[in-house]
Design a binder for this molecule. Structure first.
Ligand SMILES: Cc1cc2nc3c(=O)[nH]c(=O)nc-3n(C[C@H](O)[C@H](O)[C@H](O)COP(=O)(O)O)c2cc1C
Ligand SMILES: Nc1ncnc2c1ncn2[C@@H]1O[C@H](COP(=O)(O)OP(=O)(O)OP(=O)(O)O)[C@@H](O)[C@H]1O
Length: 283
């Protein structure tokens, strides 16, 4: 996968190839996002065009006043890049979202970032917005295209009559309801980290400490039933989130049957244990 970090200065510095472009922020790359990305991939294959994705970084709420500033992510950028790679994206455009970019009008965005990147077809969801004050929508996009590219609008994908969204997943994390998240993500909520040290409080128990990207959106404080995956080995245990802004997690496990190496690990949040267990572990 080719990755291009775009801003006003770097816009015209690379070769473009005719593409199908999927558009959006895509935090979590949840089931709704995946449906959209599969549509774009299928169209790229049918039309023999490059499968491209455009996303933005950081989240627009960090430079425009919003009800809530989003500075923690379900998938921090390196994770999102990895998922796009796995989904077969051929070109990834990461547009720097700053105040200057936010003031680009919907027509300017189409001229510079869609027509300018040789997009023959654009795929986005029913509620995608773009341009200054988010004035552009999917109807506007068809008008702005002026016949130069075609547009597919992906319908709302729901779970129990609710839109599957990054916002809904953040709410589930905030309430500790991690067991419901696979309905939205198609997988357990997971974080990637590095085993930084371990200690042994008694003969039967090990505590592993894992350093994670500080921009992960963590579930609420407490203890979680979790699985820790390292290479092909998997350990079951309890994971402590001491507070949602921590970047060190503690994983409690009974006598691990494998040699612990200080490498990359992935932690899957399976379900919430309870506050009582958390208080007991803390003492
Ligand atoms: C060129 C451009 C300008 C934007 N300007 C604003 C803005 O002024 N205010 C705003 O709230 N969002 C703005 N946005 C953010 C969009 O409304 C939207 O959040 C973003 O395109 C990601 O779409 P998604 O949330 O549907 O994935 C802008 C987006 C683009 C592409
Ligand atoms: N459930 C869904 N069904 C269809 N399209 C979706 C769905 N969720 C998001 N999309 C589309 O995916 C792209 C990325 O959307 P975005 O990153 O805003 O996701 P979101 O889940 O709506 O996020 P948020 O909850 O923060 O608004 C957009 O084109 C959007 O319209």
């Amino acid at each position: 996968m080719e990755i291009y970090h775009l801003n006003e200065k770097t816009m015209n510095l690379h070769n473009v190839t005719s593409c199908v472009l999927a558009l959006g922020f895509f935090d979590g790359v949840h089931k709704g996002h995946r449906r959209l990305l599969e549509t774009a991939k299928r169209m790229a294959t049918e039309k023999n065009l490059t499968f491209s994705v455009m996303t933005f970084f950081p989240h627009p709420s960090q430079c425009i006043p919003h009800a809530q500033t989003i500075d923690k992510y379900i998938t921090p950028l390196p994770m999102k890049i990895e998922i796009f790679k796995r989904l077969g994206v051929e070109k990834l455009y990461i547009v720097q979202f700053n105040l200057q970019f936010s003031r680009i009008t919907h027509t300017q965005f189409v001229e510079r970032y869609i027509v300018g990147l040789a997009c023959a077809h654009v795929v986005a969801g029913f509620d995608f917005t773009y341009g200054f004050k988010g004035k552009g929508n999917m109807k506007q996009l068809e008008q702005d295209s002026d016949g130069r590219f075609s547009v597919t609008t992906v319908e709302k994908y729901e779970h129990h009559h609710h839109k599957i969204s990054s916002t809904a997943i953040r709410h589930l994390l905030q309430s500790g309801d991690v067991q419901t998240i696979p309905n939205y993500l198609a997988a357990y909520y997971s974080v990637r980290g590095k085993l930084c040290y371990h200690y042994r409080p008694d003969a039967s128990e090990f505590v592993l400490c894992i350093q994670i990207d500080p921009t992960y959106f963590l579930p609420k404080t407490g203890l979680y039933h979790a699985a820790l995956v390292m290479d092909s080995d998997e350990l079951s245990g309890l994971l402590e989130v001491s507070n949602p802004s921590t970047s060190t997690l503690k994983f409690f496990v009974k006598k691990p049957q494998l040699a612990l190496t200080y490498e990359e690990v992935t932690i899957h949040f399976l379900s919430y244990a309870d506050d009582i267990a958390f208080e007991q572990a803390a003492t």
